[in-house]
Design a binder for this molecule. Structure first.
Ligand SMILES: Cc1cc2nc3c(=O)[nH]c(=O)nc-3n(C[C@H](O)[C@H](O)[C@H](O)COP(=O)(O)OP(=O)(O)OC[C@H]3O[C@@H](n4cnc5c(N)ncnc54)[C@H](O)[C@@H]3O)c2cc1C
Length: 354
């Protein structure tokens, strides 16, 4: 008997399972071992995004929680998972410059932007005629080693099973049971595959496929990430990751030549000289994005033994740590969910009684 069966060992299932175990709950994490979005993700955390140059919702709360979580993992597993690195944002037009300039006068943006950096001191390397602003408190999560360490932790605790979780093997009454395992609740953390889950497929997911390339190059790049519509992360002196594409049509994990060409073209336009490089890795997967860009947390409106923790879109690294704590407070202490993430915001449309 366990308290929670968790389906999916991506970042969402792993961090929620970790949090629940730390609080004394008995958990079994079931994952089919397929490549997932979390392994492919660049893990970027960028507090200020978009043309309007505004802070991500709740970033002042989410970012400290994420940093604390990753530092705890670093202490626990004895390796680095979160790499803090500044990000150079290349201005595309005058409007972007105007928006950024407004933020310079805003005290709540002070810790995220380096004010005196509008000049392009990288002229000669980066093609940025309108200038560059340097962002701070940006970085990236090394998702693959983190997921490996967490998996080993769960195996050690007897809390991991590699298996496909088939809904027709789930018995709901009189007690919740999957195969021979009894549980109080099942929490689905299936990433974009939630669209095939008959209990939760009514939620308006808008999954987006993305592709990333890792290249070996012979250029001297600044040790800073670059945001140029796409992004570039220097991994070391001769390797960089470049991403990511957006494709709403082809929801699969197959890397394509067209995405590779799109990314190579973009990076060549970024540089003032041809970018001498070759691709050493090319990966694809699907982001579990939602209609209103907020996560999906909560209980099924007709059966409270079934729960969902999903919908972290392209901000999993920033959001999942804080939301794991928030959902654990809800599950274990009956504390209310924030309305903006609670799936109740969608139930009226699909369930008459609610
Ligand atoms: C190309 C790309 C770039 C990205 N870049 C970033 C970025 O820079 N920063 C950022 O924060 N986020 C980024 N993301 C998004 C990030 O990956 C997600 O927010 C996050 O990883 C989602 O985690 P998840 O656990 O919900 O889903 P997933 O990682 O997809 O995990 C779901 C897991 O559930 C398993 N599963 C599903 N159904 C079943 C079943 N029936 N039985 C057993 N197992 C099952 C799957 O196999 C998988 O292991 C990117 C995503 C992509 C694809």
């Amino acid at each position: 008997m366990v308290d929670f069966l968790i389906v999916g060992q991506g970042l969402a299932g792993s961090m929620l399972a970790w949090e629940l175990i730390q609080r004394g709950a008995k958990v079994l994490l079931v994952d089919n071992g397929m490549p997932n979005a979390s392994q492919v993700a660049a893990g970027l955390i960028n507090p200020i995004t978009g043309m309007r140059f505004v802070k991500s919702a709740d970033v002042d709360v989410l970012l400290p929680a994420a940093k604390a979580y990753y530092s705890l993992f670093e202490q626990t597993f004895g390796q680095t998972f979160y790499v803090e690195k500044p990000m150079l944002r290349i201005f595309k037009d005058k409007l972007e410059i105007e928006n950024a300039t407004k933020r310079f006068d805003d005290a709540s943006y002070k810790s995220y932007i380096k004010e005196n950096h509008l000049q392009n001191e990288y002229t000669g390397t980066l093609n940025a005629p309108l200038g560059i602003v340097e962002q701070e408190q940006t970085g990236y999560l090394l998702t693959q080693p983190l997921l490996e360490c967490l998996k080993a932790f769960f195996i050690d605790k007897g809390a991991y099973l590699k298996s496909d979780f088939k809904i027709d093997e789930l018995q709901l009454e009189p007690t919740l049971r999957w195969r021979d395992m009894e549980s109080k609740q099942v929490i689905f953390c299936e990433g974009y595959q939630a669209i095939q889950n008959p209990w939760f497929s009514w939620l308006p997911f808008q999954p987006v496929k993305g592709e990333i390339i890792t290249v070996e190059h012979s250029h001297q790049l600044a040790d800073k990430m670059v945001n140029f519509g796409n992004w570039l992360i220097p991994l070391n002196d001769h390797q960089a990751r470049i991403g990511a594409t957006f494709d709403r049509e082809n929801l699969n994990a197959i890397p394509t030549d067209s995405a590779k060409e799109e990314l190579m073209l973009a990076v060549n336009q970024l540089m003032t000289v041809p970018f001498e490089s070759h691709v050493i890795r090319h990966e694809a997967n699907v982001r579990p994005t939602t209609l209103d860009r907020n996560p999906y947390l909560g209980l099924h409106p007709e059966n409270n033994k079934l729960a969902i923790f999903n919908g972290f879109g392209s901000k999993g690294s920033l959001q999942i740590p804080w939301y794991s704590q928030h959902f654990s407070d809800f599950l274990l202490k009956n504390e209310p969910l924030k309305p903006s993430c609670d799936i109740k915001r969608h139930t009226k449309k699909f369930f008459v009684a609610n």
